[in-house]
Design a protein around this ligand. Structure first.
Ligand code: MN
Length: 144
């Protein structure tokens, strides 16, 4: 079965959902589930962060395999802040803190492959934040 591409990173009959994770702090993100099937143990989603927006700062046991499809920005992975650009691949290892932020001028869109069955994201405690802020570039970057 073919699902035609429309335009502007939209696909036919794939709903554009608000990105919501209870209690987390994020801004201006949409989510589309591109592949999901009982016979697949993973899901492929497309997320889009509006200019100046960001995903929640979180960590969890499951990993993310990300390909940037649109725009550019920066990502925190573990204790490092890296620039991300179109077609870059980003690996988020188990339990690594992560947050994606779009630049101010263009949306940041990316594919994210995850396990279908996965643990719930954990948000940073005050103590976690203190530890993260020991790293100056991380302190300057994170939005919580
Ligand atoms: Mn995550």
């Amino acid at each position: 079965m073919r699902v035609p591409y429309l335009k502007n990173f939209r696909w036919k009959d794939i709903p554009v959902k608000e990105y919501k994770t209870e209690g987390t702090h994020f801004r201006d993100i949409t989510r589309q589930i591109l592949f999901e099937d009982p016979n697949l143990t993973c899901q492929l989603r497309y997320f889009e962060i509006e200019p100046g927006g960001y995903s929640s700062l979180e960590r969890h046991q499951h990993i993310h395999s990300v390909m940037i499809l649109r725009g550019k920005g920066h990502a925190l992975v573990g204790t490092r802040v890296v620039p991300v650009d179109t077609f870059d691949l980003v690996h988020v290892p188990p339990n690594a803190w992560h947050q994606f932020q779009a630049t101010e001028d263009v949306p940041l869109g990316f594919l994210c492959l995850v396990n279908r069955d996965r643990d719930r994201p954990m948000l940073p405690t005050e103590r976690n934040l203190q530890e993260l802020r020991q790293h100056p570039e991380v302190a300057e970057f994170i939005k919580v």
